[in-house]
Write a protein that binds this ligand. Structure first.
Ligand code: UTP
Ligand code: MN
Length: 592
């Protein structure tokens, strides 16, 4: 198989292949042109005969001849291989799935027969038909989506398939029947409403079945088979793919019935991943057809989490994403029944950009958050804003609330600086790609230091309180978090005798490690005015001391200290907190 590919690569000139579609000019060893994958103004697309690959330095798109054909013709690898093999004059051995045509034919036959069986049983089962009626699935919908019913009787399908001449051992591989310990076969789906799953070409590849009532599992879905890769199939795709329209937009929903409801409501571009969360493969599939995906998930926390995931997976694939969460407690299926088709259409139209959506979610959580946490998260979020307009809109809205700065335009500037800081840093990270120095994450910095610890280091960094800050920062045992202890050690090492003087730019290099310089710069760039005063610092240090005593007492009680340490702690504690030691003293000879 790999030989065939190599053979084809050897016979096809990538420069010629790409050159058929875009104008290329030679520059040294490579060929350059305007990138066909994004709006390119300067030629940033390069093709190399030497490596057999293309790459756009601007949008990052890259690959070999097979990727090129897959991308440009919107086809799967197998199709690209066939196309290029033909062109190269390479004969392909039987390939793709190593299933001989006769077996494949039998498999397809078994699937079709099973669908007919389910359809007939729906017609026969009053219970199933009543269920459909309750759920608002009318005759036409049942027909369009070929919905069926798997009867309760175990083995009904197995018997039927056998009678029709299918080998049950083969049907087992298709997730239709299962073998029992006596070598007999029983049905995989029993007492379930059946949804046939068709791939992009409309071939029947799998089934999903829903219990008529409550119970678990609510749905059973075919696992992967010769015919079916669930990471490559989306429910509804064979229909939706004709409805993406000139906007090239798809609507992603959570479940079978949501897909059906959307299509019924006039949103014919709806599809869903099946019994699995959205995968990178799904995103790639969508990328072949559409430019934008509207995520229409449940608004519960599970739905929100799934939406967050989907946003990153889809964006990573270069798709434009909007998030349109359902009204609370609804999914498209219930919304259609409760509020009609217009409500479903409207839900799709109210999709927010990921930044707006995340901001909205953050605002909802804000009452439960510490102010500092809120601002950190907000700034982090805004750094992802795709354009200045969107960023400005949020900055303007948030500036009036920014703590410590009353002047709105100054607050806006301060916020923007924060955002830029994060942007520059992630930019640097991308450009740099030097894994030797771990790029420091500001978010981490805030999370790893307690606010009291931060106060001490901010004091050290402010020219006014540098001296006391320096003193306290060097008391290693005041600190609890690993990062604070590292900073404390670094300060002690860099400035053993006296506090540094003047601008940080002058003395920052005295920290030996690059990472520590970065950490200190991060702390320095923090614009949150802390209203430091001597008393505030002293109070904070007092708090840290109390915490330290508690820590030390805990360690003494645990009894895992060496003698010298134990004595040191006990003496300190006796000095500061005689009460805390009363219980300890009675059984402690060391103190005498
Ligand atoms: P939901 O629990 O939201 O179900 O699961 P639903 O689609 O709204 O179905 P109804 O309205 O209760 O009948 C969403 C999707 O997650 C998958 C199915 O694809 C389902 O459509 N799922 C859910 C499973 O695969 N297995 C389960 O047990 C539950
Ligand atoms: Mn539902």
């Amino acid at each position: 198989m790999a030989d065939e590919r190599d053979e084809i690569r050897a016979r096809i000139d990538i420069v010629e292949l790409v050159g058929r579609e875009i104008h290329l000019t030679q520059q040294g060893k490579t060929w350059k042109g305007l990138c066909p994958f994004h709006q390119d103004k300067n030629p940033s697309f390069t093709v190399s005969r030497q490596t057999g690959r293309y790459k756009c330095w601007s949008c990052g798109e890259s690959g070999d001849i097979f990727n090129w054909v897959m991308k440009r013709q919107n086809v799967e690898f197998a199709d690209a291989l066939r196309t290029l093999a033909k062109e190269a004059g390479v004969t392909l051995a039987s390939r793709g799935t190593p299933v001989p045509p006769s077996v494949r034919q039998a498999q397809e036959g078994a699937m079709d027969e099973t669908l007919t069986f389910f359809r007939e049983h729906l017609a026969k089962s009053t219970m199933a038909r009543e269920y459909c009626e309750r759920r608002g699935l009318d005759e036409e919908t049942l027909k369009t989506w070929e919905i069926g019913y798997a009867p309760e009787v175990s083995g009904a399908l197995a018997v039927h398939l056998k009678k029709k001449g299918f080998t049950l051992a083969e049907c087992k591989k298709l997730f239709l029947v299962e073998e029992d310990s006596q070598g007999g076969y029983f049905d995989k789906f029993r007492g379930r409403l059946m949804f046939p799953i068709r791939d992009e070409k409309g071939a029947l590849v799998a089934f999903g079945g829903r219990l008529l009532g409550d119970g678990v599992p609510k749905y059973i879905n075919s696992s992967d088979t010769d015919l079916y890769r669930k990471s490559k199939v989306l429910y509804g795709m064979s229909r939706a793919r004709h409805n993406f329209g000139k906007d090239r937009r798809a609507v992603l929903v959570e479940g079978y019935l949501d897909v059906i409801a959307c299509h019924r409501a006039g949103v014919g571009s709806a599809l869903a991943s099946l019994g699995t969360s959205l995968s990178e493969d799904h995103a790639k599939l969508l990328k072949r057809w559409v430019e934008e995906v509207v995520i229409l998930y449940d608004s519960d926390s599970a739905g929100q989490k799934a939406a967050d995931r989907a946003v990153s997976i889809l964006s990573a694939e270069g798709l434009r994403v909007r998030v349109a969460l359902m009204p609370s407690g609804e999914d498209p299926d219930t919304l259609l029944r409760n509020a009609g088709p217009a409500a479903v259409q409207q839900a799709v139209e109210t999709g927010l950009s990921p930044v707006d959506y995340k901001m909205q979610a953050l605002e909802l959580k804000r009452p439960q958050m510490a102010a500092e946490q809120f601002w950190n998260t907000a700034v982090q979020l805004l750094a992802d804003a795709p354009n200045e307009m969107e960023l400005d809109r949020h900055l303007l809205r948030l500036a009036g609330q920014y703590p410590g700065i009353t002047d709105v335009s100054r607050a806006q500037q301060a916020l923007r600086r924060e955002v830029n800081k994060i942007r520059t840093r992630s930019q640097d990270k991308k450009v740099e790609q030097a894994p030797t120095v771990r790029a420091f994450q500001p978010k981490q910095l805030q999370g790893e230091l307690s606010s009291a610890e931060l106060v001490v280091f901010r004091a050290f960094l402010s020219p006014e309180y540098r001296r006391s800050g320096w003193m306290f920062a060097r008391s290693r045992d005041l600190f609890e978090s690993a990062l604070a202890i590292r900073i404390s050690d670094a300060i002690t090492q860099a400035f053993p005798g006296a506090a540094p003087e003047g601008e940080p730019a002058v003395w920052l290099h005295q920290f030996q490690q690059e990472e520590m310089r970065q950490i200190i710069s991060d702390l320095l760039l923090d614009v949150r005015a802390d209203h430091l005063t001597e008393t505030y610092i002293a109070d904070t240090v007092e708090l840290l001391k109390q915490k330290r005593e508690k820590r030390q007492l805990r360690q003494i009680r645990k009894g895992n200290l060496d003698t010298a340490k134990r004595q040191e702690y006990l003496l300190k504690l006796r000095e500061h907190k005689p009460d805390a030691l009363k219980k300890q003293q009675s059984d402690d000879s060391l103190l005498d």
